[in-house]
Design a protein around this ligand. Structure first.
Ligand SMILES: *Cc1c(COP(=O)(O)O)cnc(C)c1O
Length: 386
């Protein structure tokens, strides 16, 4: 399917909306029906029709169709956050006594879900170094049901060889879920590599304006119907019609935003990689990344997130660098106009200094849509403060 068709035509019914160019926001809690039979039919097919907004809504439904097309899956469900989508996906696979294998250092709340929350319900998880697919196989137990992937993962951007991991999962009849928030469906299509379910934090690139929190789950129609009837309707972590509309708006500029960060981010990474105050860059599309070749095979283009380690004598020097940046906001997340930094030393307190998951000199970057020479000049003056 052409991007043009997905973005501008699929799911849009302008003839039903007074020929409005932008889709309307159906700010309603429910639909009404002309007669009992119409109501009965809608209720019997609640995941497909706009019966009640905790289930489906006409604005949200447009987004479902577009996201399924982007990921080349049969269907998609929209949630209140990426974390809600991830939790629904995982809960739809496991039950008491089951076991999960997950890539190490995933998104923090994925880690919490798997290693704390689900433990209370008798589901255990083994975290593995996902750079070697064999580690997934080695961690399999008789009760293993699920492989969880996040490629690249958060902060250090390690990849999993998706096809190789899927092959192992299929051999043992296990389900695979992949968090595709880093790459977006434009740059990585996990389902075409055999992954069963794809999850997104739509808060990031898909909405694209740092103004919405939402999540997406893409997969097979039969499975997502079960998720709809169980996790989505029961826990009710749904997106509002307005936030669904904001993401629809974001999708219209997704291709050009991704094109922009693919052009500018490597320039900034190259500047940093050759700077004497930078000891290491973590960027899948930089030749120094140990999985550079896999990144090019598995992803279409570079994106805007990377991390660096600074050659700094202490945390104070890292903080001086961060505080000196004028054109980078200190904030989590990514995907909007504005460039952001998230220094790992914010995770450090005096108690966890020895056990914090990332080196204190690590700083995660998101490169936004600004002119790259302004960002480089800003980095140059801040690096001089170390
Ligand atoms: C932000 C993020 C999430 C969580 O998404 P929310 O929309 O914040 O709930 C999950 N996975 C990754 C990789 C993320 O970056």
């Amino acid at each position: 399917m052409d991007l043009y068709y997905i973005i501008n035509e699929l799911g849009e019914e302008r003839e039903n909306y007074l020929y409005s160019v932008a889709p309307p926001i159906f700010q309603t809690a429910m639909s009404c029906f002309p007669n009992v039979e119409a109501m009965r039919q809608s209720l019997a097919n609640e995941s497909e029709t706009a019966f009640y907004t905790r289930g489906n809504n006409a604005t949200t439904d447009i987004l479902r169709k577009k996201m399924a097309a982007f990921e080349e899956t049969e269907d998609a469900l929209i949630f209140a956050s990426g974390s809600a989508a991830i939790a629904a996906a995982v809960l739809s696979v496991v039950e008491i006594g089951d076991h999960i294998v997950c890539v190490q250092k995933p998104y923090s709340w994925t880690n919490k879900l798997l290693n704390q929350w689900l433990k209370r319900f008798g589901v255990s998880t083994t975290m593995i170094d996902g750079t070697n697919p064999e580690n997934y196989e080695k961690a399999i137990q008789p009760t293993t049901k699920l492989f969880f992937l996040e490629s690249p993962n958060s902060f250090t951007f390690e990849l999993q060889d998706i096809e190789a991991v899927v092959k192992i999962a299929q051999k043992y009849n296990l389900t695979t879920i992949l968090d595709n928030s880093y790459a977006t469906p434009l740059n990585q299509k996990p389902v075409t590599m055999g992954v069963d379910m794809v999850v997104h934090s739509a808060t990031k690139y898909l909405s694209g304006h740092s103004d919405t929190v939402a999540g997406i789950l893409c997969g097979k129609k039969t499975h997502l119907k079960k998720v709809f009837e169980s996790e989505l309707m029961t826990i009710g972590g749904i997106v509002s019609p307005f936030n669904a509309w904001l993401i629809l708006r974001g999708l219209r500029t997704l291709p050009i935003r991704m094109q922009r960060v693919a052009e500018t981010t490597p320039q900034i990474v190259n500047f940093l990689a050759s700077h004497p105050k930078v000891s290491r860059v973590y960027y899948p599309f930089h030749p120094s990344h140990p999985q550079f070749e896999l990144a090019q095979r598995q992803m279409k283009a570079p994106t805007g997130q990377f991390s660096i380690e600074l050659k700094a004598p202490n945390i104070n020097a890292v903080e001086r660098f961060c505080n000196s940046l004028k054109k980078f906001l200190l904030a989590a997340s990514w995907g909007g106009y504005e460039s952001l930094i998230f220094p790992a030393c914010t995770l450090y307190t005096s108690e966890n200094y020895a056990t914090a998951p990332f080196h204190w000199s690590l700083v995660r970057f998101y490169i936004g849509l600004e002119e790259p020479h302004l960002l480089i000049a800003d980095l140059e003056q801040a690096l001089a403060q170390i």
